[in-house]
Write a protein that binds this ligand. Structure first.
Ligand code: ADP
Length: 472
């Protein structure tokens, strides 16, 4: 495993705060290294530039002076020292290599310089000049020739770029110290800041660990900051709220269902006990018991079917075969069957206009039957039930009206809730029911994008309508 592979493995397998610290430190390190390199080369470059300028200046001055000398031979040759910029050393060498002018005899000799010339000097070096590197110094050299009386001499100008490399050693030490301190600082702040920023996540983890079905009340504390973690905390809390509502509804549903099932089971049990004791002797008791058991079994079967329907719809498993269908045919069919089986009430049809809708036949029929059965159940014998289906713009309004007991204002919004029954126990109209029919109808309407309207008056009757979009 290479160092980079090891590092990336370490980053992948560590905590986010460690990851941030590592990445932060690496970035800081890269930045420091870049600064170091730039500082280092910057200083070198500046020194080369400075040396180059002084050399060029000195060469120019000297050349001009020598030209003047040629014109006026009385000028003392020694005075050519004057044009040199401070720090520049001049050596005049004849064609045999003899140095006959030397402004600083302590300086490395021409031979020593030639020996130490660098073959590949830095790219910023002037090509007309040479660089020699000695143990403790770098020396720059510029050359020019001068011919006088047929004799050619070479003028060599020297300038030390680093009087002593100690300065660079010191600079190196300073930069290194800054690097180490900077690195420690980057690691420290990276760790501290990432821990601080990510603290809400640890709190979230802890809260999530503490939450259980029996303890759904815990919420993540939300800080006023308007950042992503606050959004996350809010989203998490919203999710918990929805889950809590869902779980409470589920628990309520299970408890209501068990409660509803208990009644028929108790009745069946009671009658079967009666049958066991006296059924064989008394044909009256036998008949009554069997009828009661049959009726309760029927209730129970209806309840179980409705429960299963709602369970399937809650899990989005209730099959819906949506297709274009003629509503008037479906209404006619349900209406006729209802009319045939109901002898206690008058069931009539006002209008049944033709309209194609996009719907699932099975569940839509179920919804219409629920409305009709309720109308019959909650209307005293002899009452009238009216079915009306008429187009209204791009909708059909399908209504079922009855002349029954009506629903009080305060109950009208509740009758679509699961298990809700108006005066279920104490009603004088003791009708069997589960309180699930309208919640099923509501679900079916929602699936068909229909609106349900209810208008009812106590003692006068109820009209329940579905507004169904027409299919084009
Ligand atoms: P169920 O009829 O099995 O009790 P539903 O969900 O179908 O359950 O109806 C809920 C309640 O709404 C009924 O118990 C009844 O009190 C009331 N209700 C529904 N339809 C009518 C109606 N046409 N007239 C009067 N009350 C009604």
């Amino acid at each position: 495993m290479t160092l980079i592979e090891k590092l990336s493995h370490l980053i992948h397998s560590s905590q986010i705060s460690t990851k941030i610290t590592i990445i932060f430190t690496l970035c800081f390190l890269a930045l420091l290294s870049l600064t170091n390199i730039l500082a280092w080369y910057g200083v070198y470059y500046a020194l080369y530039q400075q040396a180059e300028k002084t050399l060029v200046f000195s060469v120019d001055n000297t050349t001009k002076l020598l030209e003047k000398l040629e014109q006026n031979e009385n000028i003392d040759i020694e005075s050519i020292r004057d044009p040199l910029v401070a720090g520049v050393v001049l050596r005049v060498v004849d064609d045999k290599g003899n140095v006959f002018i030397d402004t600083d005899s302590h300086y490395p000799t021409v031979e020593q310089f030639d020996e130490h010339i660098i073959k590949n000097p830095p790219f910023w070096t002037n090509n007309d000049m040479e660089v020699a590197k000695f143990q403790r110094a770098i020396v720059y050299r510029a050359k020019t020739t001068f011919t006088h009386d047929g004799e050619t001499v070479t003028l060599q100008f020297f300038r030390t770029i680093t009087a002593q490399l100690d300065f660079f050693d010191r600079l190196k030490n300073i930069l290194l110290t800054i690097d180490v301190l900077g690195l420690l600082f980057a690691m420290g702040t990276g760790y501290f800041i990432s821990r601080k920023i990510l603290r809400p996540i640890s709190t979230m983890t802890k809260t999530a660990q503490d939450i259980a079905i029996e303890n759904m009340n815990t919420r993540i504390p939300v800080h006023p900051a308007n950042d992503e973690l606050t959004d996350l905390a809010n989203t998490f809390n919203d999710m918990l709220n929805r889950l809590q509502v869902g779980i409470t509804q589920q628990q309520q549903f299970v408890s209501n269902a068990s409660h509803e099932l208990r009644t028929p089971v108790t009745v069946i049990r009671g009658y079967s006990d009666v049958l066991a004791r006296w059924g064989s002797d008394d044909p009256e008791i036998f008949k009554e018991s069997v009828e009661a058991i049959q009726s309760e079994t029927e209730n129970m079967q209806q309840l179980i079917e409705q429960l299963l329907f709602l369970a399937r719809s809650d899990q989005n498993r209730q099959p819906l075969n949506m297709q274009p269908l003629e509503l008037s045919e479906l209404v006619e069919d349900v209406f006729h069957k209802m009319q045939k089986t109901t002898h206690t009430h008058t069931i009539k049809m006002l209008r049944n206009e033709e309209a194609t809708i996009f719907a699932d036949k099975v569940t839509l029929r179920q919804m219409l039957r629920i409305f009709l059965e309720n109308a019959v159940k909650y209307t005293p014998k002899g009452g009238t039930i009216t079915v009306d289906s008429a187009k209204d713009g791009d909708h059909v309004k399908l209504s079922v009206s009855d002349t029954g007991i009506g629903i009080a204002k305060e109950h009208q919004s509740k009758i679509f809730e699961r298990f809700f029954r108006v005066n279920a126990s104490g009603s004088e109209h003791k009708v069997s029911g589960t309180g699930l029919g309208l919640s099923i109808a509501k679900w079916v309407a929602e699936q068909h994008k229909c609106k349900i309207e209810l208008s009812s008056e106590l003692g006068k009757g109820t009209t329940i309508s579905v507004i169904i979009p027409i299919f084009r």
